[in-house]
Design a protein around this ligand. Sequence first.
Ligand SMILES: [Zn+2]
Length: 348
Amino acid sequence: VLQSLFRFPDLSRADLARLTELTPATISQLVGELIDEGLVEAAGRGPAKVGKPPTPLRLVSDSRHLVCVDLSDTDAFRAAVVDMAGKVVHRESVDRGDATGEHAVELVGGLIQATLAATTKPVLGIGLGTPGVVDAAGTVVEAVYLDWFDVPLRQLMARRFDLPVHVCNDANTAVLAEYSFGEETGTNLMVIKVGPGIGAGLLVDGRPHLGENFSAGEIGHIIVDEDGPPCRCGKRGCLESFIAVPELRSALAHAADPQQVRAEAGQSLGVVLAAAVSILDIHEIVLAGPSDLLDEAFREAALETIRARTLASLSRSDAVRIRHSTLGDDIVLLGAGVLVLSQELGVA
Ligand SMILES: [Zn+2]
C-alpha cells in the first residue's frame, strides 16, 4: 500500500484495492493503521459522479526524516536531512583533508551526529553511500582511497546511534536515486558514477544487481587500451586512467585540444559500455559526475562508440540512450535516502 502511494499520489481506497489485489476490507484496515502512524493522510475529497466521493490518499512525505550520507567526494564528506519525497531540508559537511582509516570513520560519526541534531521529525534511518565494495552486512570490504578494509561501518554507526543504518556502494545508491527521484525510467538502468574512481550501479528487471561478491559494476579497471596511460592499479590503459576525475582533469590541463581529450574519454567508456549493453540488454545509461567533464562531446563519443561496436538492432538510433542525471551532486545522497526507504518501508 505504501509503495503504491509512493509511486502514485491521490489514490482512493478502491484504487489501492485494485493495484494491490487486496480486499477493500483489508485496504481499509491498512490505510487506517497508516493514517494512525501519520504516514498517510486524506487529501480532500475527489469528485464523485454518484454518491459518496472517493477520498484521495497520499503519503505524508515530511512525516519522517532520513539521514543521508555521501562519502564519494574526494574532498569532503557530505550529509543531509531528507524527507520521504527526496527533498533536502538541511545540509552538513565536513572536510576530509587526507583522513583515512579510523580517523575517517570518526569524521563520519561526527557528521551523522551533527545531521541528526538538525532533524525535526522521527528518523526512519541512516543511509550511507560509500566508495568501494560493500557486503550485505554493510561492511566496507575494500575502499582503497579511504584505506578501509573490512570496516564494519553499518555495525559501528548502528551501535553509536541506535537507529537502523544501511550502507551501500555509491554507484549502487546512485542508481536507486535515479530510479526513485530521477527522470522517468524503465526497470533496466545503469548509472555510471564518475568520481575519484568509476563505478556502475545496475538495476536489472527492477532490482538492484550487486553480484556474487557485491562487486557488480566495478568497471574502472577494465583495460580499454593496452598501450594507454599507466593506472594506479599497476596496469596500463584501464578505464579509470582515461575518465576518473583526477586523471581526466590532469589530461585536460595538459591538452592542446581539450575537446579531443573529452571525446577520447567518452570513447573509452563506450568500449566498456558496448559489452555491458550487449550482455545485459540495458539501454538506458545515466551519467553522474562533474558536468564540465562529462559534457556533450563526451556523451556523444560514448554513444557513437556503443553503436559502432554492437549488433545493428542495438545500435538503432533510439535503442540506446545515454543522458546526464538531473539529480546533480545530490545523486548519492538521495540514493542513500532511497536505501533507507526501501529497507525500512519497502518503498522505492
Ligand atoms: Zn587500473
